[in-house]
Design a protein around this ligand. Structure first.
Ligand code: IVH
Length: 604
């Protein structure tokens, strides 16, 4: 219902000066030949093509006026898109000001915002640690990031951008390739992997070359874009109602295999999230044997009408885990029925729930469902959390022998109980107890992360504990107080309130306090108390420090970072290009606006 439309109610929209059309695409060389024949028929003179990689991200149009980034708009419905200027400005490879002098007074440059694969993998790992559903692929992660409401969060996503197309009344050259060269000199990241091809056979060579080479790139590409180089010829060839006649995309076929679905298993994660997994008749795909594929959630099963014993197409696209992309209904055996999603947890038989607006089912029995208990303890002892060496491998054994049923039980383990266990000698019992003892020195932010509260990952835990210096302060904070903390949104605040309103969690924290864990932020990282009781909002860019450094200075001098200006804000620390809404709000509420120098004076 919203195909090809990324409009978002929370962004202002803008009409595209030049509509953002899509490209005609094909998977076959035959059709490329037809495309070339059409060009030949329409142009009587010689022509050349430019072949470029087709980047798999989200399209953006950025307008520069007098060499300064003025606004950036998403594709939207092709006619108008969302203004995401502030988010785009966080992408380091996009220049805010252009170099040189020979750029047109006003022009638009289009390109693709993408998330490099290593960044995507790291982000998904973090998401899993936080108990959140991972992104299916880098494209979804990039388009999700560019639509975040908080630019500071966008900056953390490490997006990147390739620019591949200029639009304007006075471009430097008639050749697309030369305009891109110019754009590179002005400071844009223009891809180097492109080629001018004199005929369609050269185009085929380029396509074949990149079919294998593209897999070595640290970002996703899904095809090749073939464009007529001369802008004059482009103009004469013109557009159909949907796409230009002077360009086409050749798409690489994602590797697929056909196999039979034997059964479905349901996995329960540490937060209770239930994921259906397809068990397949083993099949070879891109050189590896695939036995299982993620089905994500109930909606995905319904979307493809997947049934047990169906012949299904498995694909390894941009995703890490293979996915089922369709069913060969001509092979469907008789008398097989649609899958009925489970109603009860496969592990503890509790009735499962699905919250409105969410795709995932959850088992609500967080206290007694075995994989949830085990998953929570495993998370608690993990390296980035309490770092209890050697415990990860032992948790299941301890759990099965009824020695632990909760993270707090780790701190009452006795040597004689451990020694009774299979494979456990006196030395290994001692080692485990020693590392449990040592974990009592782990700082508060990691203890908070270790508790495994939904959405409280490592970074969020750090943010929270720089503002809320003890677990008691955190437990008593209202939603409003929590969302005042820099970069803490409503979703996280609600999750914390839910966690602390459960008596079982309060009892657990009490036991952990008794055991001697750190529930107060260590004061030794403080430089002074000069900013005690003062809250700051930072906006813009600064000369001496970047925003993160300024935030750290505020923390280190006992001040508080907040994300939005309110009547309670003490100072707005304003840099160049400060957000206009923050500025006008501060002026309206008479919040003092200070410069970087003023701030440095306050702390020295
Ligand atoms: S040129 C009118 N060049 O693919 C032609 N597009 O299916 C403008 N894309 O909307 C697009 N890499 O989001 C062009 N090297 C490239 C591209 C590219 C990726 C995307 C872009 C476009 C879509 C068309």
């Amino acid at each position: 219902m919203r195909v090809g439309n990324d409009l978002n109610q929370n962004f202002e929209q803008k009409e595209h000066k030049y509509p953002m059309l899509s490209l005609g695409n094909t998977y076959s060389f035959e059709e490329l030949k037809d495309f070339d024949e059409r060009i030949k028929k329409n142009l009587t003179e010689d022509y050349e093509y430019v072949c470029e990689l087709k980047y798999d991200g989200t399209a953006i149009g950025i307008t520069y006026i007098n060499g300064v980034l003025s606004y950036a708009v998403t594709r939207g419905d092709g006619q108008k898109g969302d203004i995401v200027t502030n988010n785009v400005k966080t992408i380091k490879s996009i220049p805010l000001k252009l170099q040189g002098k020979d750029f047109p007074d006003e022009f638009e440059i289009r390109g693709e915002i993408f998330m490099p694969r290593p960044v995507f993998e790291k982000l998904n790992k973090q998401k899993e640690e936080n108990g959140e559903a991972p992104f299916a692929n880098p494209r979804n992660a990039a388009s999700g990031a560019i639509k975040l409401q908080n630019s500071a969060l966008v900056a953390q996503r490490n997006l990147d951008c390739f620019l591949y197309y200029l639009l304007g009344e006075e471009l430097p050259s008639d050749l697309h390739s030369q305009n891109l060269e110019k754009a590179r000199n002005w400071g844009f990241q223009v891809p180097v992997n492109m080629k001018i091809c004199k005929n369609i056979d050269d185009v085929f060579l380029f396509i074949n070359h990149w079919d294998t080479e593209r897999k070595k790139l640290p970002y996703d590409t899904d095809g090749i874009v073939i464009k007529i180089n001369s802008l004059d010829q482009q103009k004469r060839l013109g557009f159909t109602s949907k796409s230009p006649r002077w360009a086409i995309a050749y798409k690489y076929q994602a590797e697929q295999a056909l196999t039979q679905l034997k059964s479905i298993s349901y996995q329960v994660g540490r937060t209770g999230a239930i994921t259906p997994v397809a068990n397949l008749e083993p099949v070879t795909l891109s050189g590896t044997t695939v036995k299982r594929a993620s089905l994500h959630n109930e909606d995905q099963i319904k979307l493809h009408d997947i049934r047990i014993n169906d012949w299904v197409y498995v694909e390894k696209g941009g995703e890490i885990i293979p996915k089922i992309v369709g069913v060969d209904k001509s092979k469907r055996p008789k008398n097989i029925h649609p899958i009925e999603f489970i109603n009860h947890c496969p592990e503890c038989n509790t009735k499962i729930i699905r919250n409105e607006g969410e795709a995932q089912h959850y088992c609500p029995n967080s206290e007694n469902c075995p994989p949830q208990i085990l998953g929570k303890i495993e998370h608690f002892v993990s390296r980035k959390a309490m770092d209890i060496a050697g415990a990860e491998a032992t948790i299941e054994l301890l759990f099965k022998n009824n020695l632990i049923a909760d993270v707090s039980d780790l701190f009452t383990l006795k040597k004689e109980d451990l020694e009774k266990l299979e494979r456990f000698g006196s030395k290994s019992a001692e080692n485990l107890l020693n590392s449990i003892e040592k974990s009592k020195e782990i700082p508060f932010n990691r203890v908070l992360y270790a508790l495994g509260i939904r959405y409280i990952g490592e970074t969020v835990a750090k943010k929270l504990t720089t503002s809320m210096k003890s677990i008691d302060q955190l437990m008593n904070a209202s939603i409003e107080e929590l969302t005042e903390v820099d970069e803490i949104g409503n979703k996280i605040a609600v999750s914390l309130r839910e966690y602390f309103s459960n008596q079982k969690n309060i009892e657990r924290i009490e036991k952990l306090k008794q055991a001697g864990l750190q529930f107060i932020e260590d004061k030794s990282s403080l430089l002074s108390e000069k900013l005690k009781g003062l809250s700051f909002v930072i906006s813009g860019t600064f000369e001496k420090h970047n925003r993160d450094e300024l935030k750290k200075l505020i923390d280190a001098h006992s001040g508080k970072n907040v994300s939005s200006v309110s009547s309670k804000t003490n100072y707005l620390l304003a840099g160049e290009g400060i957000g206009p809404s923050k500025l006008s709000k501060a002026e309206k509420l008479s919040v003092p606006i200070i410069s970087e120098q003023d701030f440095i004076k306050m702390i020295t």
